[in-house]
Design a protein around this ligand. Structure first.
Ligand SMILES: Cc1cc2nc3c(=O)[nH]c(=O)nc-3n(C[C@H](O)[C@H](O)[C@H](O)COP(=O)(O)OP(=O)(O)OC[C@H]3O[C@@H](n4cnc5c(N)ncnc54)[C@H](O)[C@@H]3O)c2cc1C
Length: 398
């Protein structure tokens, strides 16, 4: 059987795994990348590409977002440019006064951590984005919000890693692991036996069954998000539009479940992005339905009708396609990133919920540092995989 040796074996290659592979290879590590299918087979192939600071709460997640946003221009340039990376700014929409008041507190917190954000209403708002409904109370404008094509980004990272010497193995999931005490000795695959210094588990919503193969609990749960794509994107300025109400839906799963409002119970939060090719992407819902990736009639109808309320000209748009992806959700609202204390040469990078594209550069940089035996630039103790421990007896890990 062939033996594949590496400093770092990356298991799971969406945007997060690809970024870790790229950063590690760039730092001179030998890297072997494995995916059960191929890059973008998972969440990174069915999502938006917002690089968004306004949807984060101040604290570590905001600090990581600021650092990650700052890495994009350099990473994109190193990878040859393009990738539909744009810093077009964003508008956080306030439908009425109550929403505006609540969003005002959030905006103040964002300002405290250095985010440029100003409230626009009336003529100022119409000048900023003429397509918005005149019924809206106003919107917070953040000029440094950005977007990228998530699929192009993921493949560019893979190409970048390969250019630095990484080897890739698609349709090659691990078949089993040899553990020697608290260390992974080897990983068996159809391509050969992998012997690596470190193993990174970065399999997004499939991280839990992967972790269970070595008894480590990585409790990432799929949270389905539906999207509808239309034409008419060319009629917009290209700014990312998001409702301030989106924050509650994203960050408070219990409030969504308990809501009397059927739209909120769908986990609906308005977002609208425009692609470089003149299309819109209407988002989005949040639902815990296991690995069911279907678009639903209720979801599609809500996405379209709610978007038209805020952007009336969409009533004349042509629906091009509908699809759904999975946000890798962790119950405490934080991704799982760092070194395992249970299996000493295991690293984990998973569970980034709706922020995996945005946070992929900084996650890649921190995992590459850990794989080199260095401390990462941020204290990420609160993201440690050890907060979940080992797989409990009889626990479901599918
Ligand atoms: C509707 C929607 C909109 C979103 N919008 C945004 C946005 O605007 N901005 C943003 O930052 N994020 C957004 N997200 C979130 C983003 O898509 C995810 O956070 C991100 O794609 C997660 O990347 P990942 O690499 O962790 O996982 P994935 O992309 O799912 O990659 C995991 C990989 O692991 C592989 N795999 C699975 N099991 C195994 C195994 N046993 N062995 C080896 N490989 C395996 C899979 O094939 C897959 O390729 C959105 C998500 C959704 C659903």
């Amino acid at each position: 059987m062939a033996v594949i040796e590496a400093d770092l074996a990356v298991v799971g290659c969406g945007a997060v795994g690809a970024s870790c592979a790229y950063q590690a290879a760039k730092r001179g590590l030998t890297v072997a990348v494995f995916d059960a299918k191929m890059p973008t087979a998972g969440s990174s192939g069915a999502c938006n590409g917002s690089i968004c600071g306004t949807t984060k709460r101040p604290g570590l997640m905001m600090e990581l977002t600021v650092a990650s946003k700052a890495l994009f221009p350099e990473n994109v340039a190193e990878l040859g440019g393009g990738l539909e990376y744009k810093v077009n700014g964003g508008l956080m929409i306030c439908e009425d006064e109550t929403v505006a008041d609540a969003a005002g507190h959030h905006a103040a917190e964002l300002r405290n951590v250095g985010t440029e954000i100003t409230y626009l209403a009336g003529k100022e708002l119409r000048r900023a984005e003429p397509a918005l409904s005149r019924e809206l109370h106003g919107a917070y404008h953040a000029p440094d919000e950005a977007t990228i094509n998530a699929q192009m980004w993921t493949f560019a990272l893979v190409r970048g890693a390969v250019a630095q010497g990484a080897r890739t193995f698609w349709n090659t999931p691990p078949l089993g692991f040899d553990l020697n005490g608290t260390r992974i000795q080897a990983m068996d695959t159809a391509a050969g036996r992998v012997v690596a210094e470190h193993y990174l588990f970065s399999a997004g919503v499939w991280s839990r069954p992967l972790g269970a193969m070595i008894g480590v609990d990585i409790p990432v749960v799929p949270r389905r998000g539906e999207l509808v794509m239309t034409d008419r994107g060319g009629a917009f300025t290209g700014m990312k539009l998001i409702s301030a109400k989106y924050l509650t839906v994203k960050q408070d799963a219990d409030a969504v479940k308990a809501s009397d409002d059927p739209v909120i119970r769908l986990g609906y939060g308005f977002s609208l992005g425009t692609s470089a090719h003149g299309q819109t992407m209407m988002g989005s819902t949040r639902a815990f339905v296991g690995y069911d990736s279907r678009s639903t009639p209720e979801g599609i109808a809500t996405l379209i009708s709610e978007a038209i309320k805020r952007v009336p000209l969409l009533a004349g748009a042509r629906v091009l396609r509908c699809f759904a992806g999975f946000r890798p959700y962790v119950a405490d609202g934080k991704p799982i990133v760092g070194r395992s204390g249970i299996v000493e040469n295991l690293l984990v990078a998973a569970g980034h919920e709706g922020d995996g594209i945005c946070l992929s550069p900084i996650t890649g940089a921190m995992i590459a540092d850990l794989a080199m035996g260095r401390e990462p630039a941020f204290d990420i103790t609160e993201l440690t995989p050890d907060r979940f421990g080992v797989v409990k007896e009889g626990a479901e890990v599918a």
